[in-house]
Unconditional design. Structure first.
Length: 94
């Protein structure tokens, strides 16, 4: 993960991303962190990963190419993915 890129996300956006992931995985948000694999630690199958991906697009107002779906297995990857795709804080405001 590119720490510089992911670190550009605001704390509020990081919380939103984590909350989306936790909601889809049906786990408390405080259990989701950058060290845990969605697949290995939360038994997320490909359908759940697609749902996370889809919610990022809908709720954050971004477009993510399908080929980036395979990179989405932990919160750090999610932060990097969002950082690469959003252009301004306003584009992802609630």
């Amino acid at each position: 993960m590119s720490d510089n890129l992911a670190s550009s996300l605001s704390p509020e956006l990081r919380i939103r991303v984590r909350d989306i992931v936790a909601e889809v995985l049906e786990v408390p948000a405080d259990e989701v962190d950058e060290t845990k694999s969605f697949a290995e630690d939360f038994d997320a199958d490909s359908l759940l990963v697609i749902e996370i991906f889809s919610r990022f697009e809908r709720q954050l107002g971004i477009k993510i190419p399908q080929d980036e779906l395979t990179d989405l297995d932990d919160l750090g990857a999610a932060y990097e993915l969002i950082a690469r795709r959003h252009t301004t804080p306003e584009a992802v405001s609630a």
